[in-house]
Each structure stands twice: as structure tokens, then as C-alpha cells.
Design a protein around this ligand. Structure first.
Ligand SMILES: Cc1cc2nc3c(=O)[nH]c(=O)nc-3n(C[C@H](O)[C@H](O)[C@H](O)COP(=O)(O)O)c2cc1C
Length: 412
């Protein structure tokens, strides 16, 4: 079977494929990382290191809560985890061992300091251990200290300062990992660039509450009768990640490579991030749920897509969907559609009728005798709610109507 070339050059570092573990428990120590490399991952961002002699990390317990929505399990994951609770010496030993065993695979050391000297120590020791790149964690939403993690990522001056400190003390490329817990990521990413960052990683987890125990009246995860607003990840977070990555890519001032993160489970998710400007891809929650083996499908799916579409390199398609994003105030409102229902495929469930009646423009006609739905084009405004609620794939489509001559009566 022919395989496409999935290799990516990212900040001068060669990845045999764009798929990486993001910094989290999935890359906690050498034994785990070895199994991830053996499964086929192109790179690993190791669990965030700190200087344990400066600040000792103790993890809360329990620290996870899965977000289930009706019968869909695990559409997201809330975690209250801290950065590594292993010693710096142990982690550095593991990074050395991994680079010795897998010299051609990419190992990125994620670091978080609490002072200039912490950042310096972490950068130097990671580089000396053989790390190919650094990722600066400016984005953990639940640090055990108030002056770290996403608090840094919300302060342009600190981002620029700490990036500068790290750049001064290392020669390997440096990525700054952004928090999504901010309205506009671009000024923070630009601050990282001013500090010397070679790339941006986005997104870390989103501050959230996933559930509440209604008997105990306490949010979850419940840690000794209390809880907190902590990081949310997984498929439900993907739309937010896609938005931030596209904004980073479309910023002409930024123009830095991007490591894309947020809710990636399949090769299609990964491809969507690449089309919005991602160079490499990072994954955690999907691995926590399904294991390292998901990379096999990612590699095969992306490779088949490239072959089918005659794509030689991922750089050919990078960002091609991002360039089609325009300001919503500039949408071409002369372009209008109406819904079309395929009566052969309609199963007569009436879902489109109910939704259009109570949530749209009362444009669906439902024949109760034949149990078939149809569209009253004079009322349809082409919102497509019917298409999205229809349980039959491909039953409802749209047809473009020419509004330039005002023949479309539904434009009130
Ligand atoms: C349990 C857990 C622990 C995490 N720990 C870290 C960490 O130590 N450092 C870091 O930069 N990001 C950490 N993250 C964030 C992930 O690296 C990633 O940015 C986020 O989960 C979004 O990706 P996903 O939807 O694929 O999980 C953690 C995420 C989870 C779920």
C-alpha cells in the first residue's frame, strides 16, 4: 500500500509525522513515552517539568470528571491536575534515556518556572538532556500557585519576559503554549514572539465546570466536599481550539509556526487543524480514552487523504481553509439557500417540522397522512436547522436561490 510523506519540518526540527502527544499524563515517564514512540507518534511533548526544589507539587484527588451528554459518553474531560509531581532529576534522566533510545524521534520538554532562575535551570537541563525543543507552559489553568500557569499567559509582559529568559539560556527552538482563557490570543502570542519564541502551541484546557452532584450540591470533581473551576479538554473543546488556531494563522504580524491542540481524536480532526494553519498536532484526551494506538488510524487516514487528493506535502494544504474566514459583517448576503427534502429518504419522524415550527420560520409542511415532510419555499429562510436535526444522513440538502432579482419571497 502506497504511503504519503507525512513528514513536517517545524522550526528546523524534522517530525516523521505531525502527530504528537501533548504535555499531560500520557507522556509522564520514559516507559510510557517509549510505548508511544513504538506505536508511531512523531513527537512527544513531555509532562510539564518544574524545579521541585523551588516548589513541591501535590496532586488533588480525585482530579478528573468526564463530561457525558445524554447517551454520548466522554464528549469532554475536566481535570484538576497539576504539572509533574516527579522530581526534576527523575524526569531529566527519562528524557536522556528516551533520546538515546529514539534519536530520530522528536522529544519536546515542557517547562514551567516560578522565577527567572527556575526557567533558566529548566531550559538548560532540558537542552543538556537532549530535548529537541522546549514548550513553555504559560497556560495551566489550575496551578497550585496563583502566580503561574495561565496567569502568566494572561499577562503580556510576563510572557515576553519569561520567553526572553529561556531564549537567552538555550539554543533549541522554543514554543510558547497559550491559554484559551482569554478573549484575544494574538497580543499574548505577539508578546511571546517579541521574547523570541519560534512557534506557538494552542490550546491548553478551557476553564470550566462539567457537572454538579445535585444531591450533595457540589460541583465535580468533588475533592473532599469542594471543587474548582478547572481545565476542560476533549472533543467538545475542538471548536474553540479551531477558532484560536485559525486566528493565530491569520495574524500577519505573528507569522509563526503553530502546534495545534484541542479535542483531536481522528485524522479528520487533525486535518481540519492543518487546514486552519496547524503545522504539528498534539493530543491528550483521546489517548487517555483510547490509548496510543489511535495514531495508526491517524497516519493511515491522513496518508490516504493525501494520496487521493494528489498532495505531496502537508505544507501544500496548511492554512488553506483559514484564508476563507472573513469578518461576518462581510458575508455575501445575496447568496441565499432554501432546504430541499428528499421524500424517498424522509422517514416521517417529524423532527424537522417540530424544530422549524418552534425554532425557526415555520417553513416545513408535514403531511400527517403520508408521514412526509416538505418545504414551503416561500417561508424557508435557509437557516438549515431542519438539515441539522434530521436523523437521516443526506435526507435534507439545500438549493441556492437567486435573490438578486428579489424572486425569493422568504426575504422579508
Ligand atoms: C489530565 C490532563 C493533564 C494535563 N497536564 C498538562 C501539563 O502538565 N502541561 C500542559 O502544558 N498541558 C497539560 N494538559 C493540557 C493538554 O496538553 C492539552 O493542551 C489539552 O488537554 C487539550 O488537548 P486535548 O483536547 O487533546 O486533551 C493536560 C490535560 C489533561 C487532560
Amino acid at each position: 500500500m502506497k504511503k504519503a510523506d507525512l513528514s513536517v519540518n517545524f522550526c528546523g526540527v524534522n517530525f516523521e509525522n505531525p502527530f504528537c502527544l501533548s504535555s499531560s499524563p500520557v507522556g509522564n515517564h520514559a516507559e510510557m513515552c517509549s510505548r508511544a514512540f513504538d506505536a508511531g507518534w512523531g513527537g512527544i511533548v513531555y509532562k510539564t517539568l518544574n524545579v521541585d526544589t523551588s516548589f513541591k507539587i501535590v496532586m488533588p484527588s480525585p482530579r478528573l470528571n468526564a463530561y457525558h451528554y445524554n447517551d454520548k459518553r466522554f464528549v469532554g474531560l475536566q481535570n484538576a491536575e497539576q504539572i509533574t509531581d516527579r522530581t526534576l532529576d527523575d524526569n531529566i534522566m527519562d528524557i536522556k534515556e528516551l533520546k538515546r533510545k529514539y534519536p530520530s524521534r522528536v522529544l519536546i520538554s515542557s517547562i514551567m518556572g516560578f522565577s527567572d532562575s527556575d526557567w533558566e535551570i529548566l531550559a538548560k537541563r532540558s537542552e543538556d538532556a537532549g530535548a529537541d525543543m522546549l514548550e513553555l507552559n504559560f497556560s495551566c489553568p489550575q496551578m497550585a500557585r496563583k502566580d503561574a500557569g495561565h496567569r502568566i499567559g494572561q499577562d503580556y509582559n510576563l510572557v515576553e519576559h519569561f520567553t526572553g529568559v529561556v531564549k537567552k539560556h538555550c539554543s533549541i527552538p522554543v514554543m510558547a503554549k497559550m491559554t484559551p482563557n482569554i478573549t484575544d490570543m494574538i497580543p499574548v502570542a505577539l508578546a511571546a514572539k517579541r521574547g523570541g519564541a519560534d512557534a506557538i502551541a494552542a490550546i491548553n484546557t478551557i476553564r470550566a465546570i462539567t457537572d454538579i452532584d445535585i444531591d450533595q450540591k457540589v460541583p465535580m470533581p468533588t475533592i473532599n466536599h469542594q471543587s474548582g473551576i478547572t481545565g476542560f479538554s476533549g472533543p467538545a473543546a475542538k471548536p474553540i481550539g479551531l477558532r484560536f488556531v485559525s486566528e493565530l494563522y491569520n495574524s500577519k504580524d505573528l507569522a509563526l509556526p503553530i502546534s495545534a491542540i484541542g479535542g483531536i481524536e481522528t485524522w479528520v480532526d487533525a486535518l481540519q487543524y492543518i487546514l486552519l494553519g496547524g503545522d504539528t498536532i498534539q493530543v491528550t484526551t483521546a489517548i487517555m480514552r483510547y490509548g496510543y494506538r489511535i495514531v495508526e488510524d491517524m497516519i493511515e487516514g491522513l496518508s490516504d487523504y493525501m494520496i487521493d487528493h494528489g498532495i505531496n506535502s502537508l505544507s501544500e494544504i496548511k492554512g488553506s481553509a483559514a484564508t476563507k474566514l472573513i469578518d461576518p459583517s462581510n458575508f455575501d448576503t445575496r447568496h441565499q439557500v432554501v432546504s430541499v427534502i428528499d421524500s424517498e429518504k424522509c422517514i416521517g419522524c417529524g423532527q424537522c417540522y417540530i424544530s422549524c415550527q418552534d425554532g425557526a420560520n415555520q417553513a416545513i409542511v408535514f403531511d400527517t397522512r403520508l408521514r412526509k415532510a416538505s418545504v414551503d419555499e416561500t417561508r424557508c429562510v435557509g437557516c438549515t436547522l431542519c438539515k441539522h436535526v434530521c436523523p437521516v444522513w443526506d435526507c435534507i440538502s439545500t438549493r441556492t436561490v437567486d435573490t438578486r432579482n428579489q424572486s425569493h419571497a422568504a426575504i422579508f
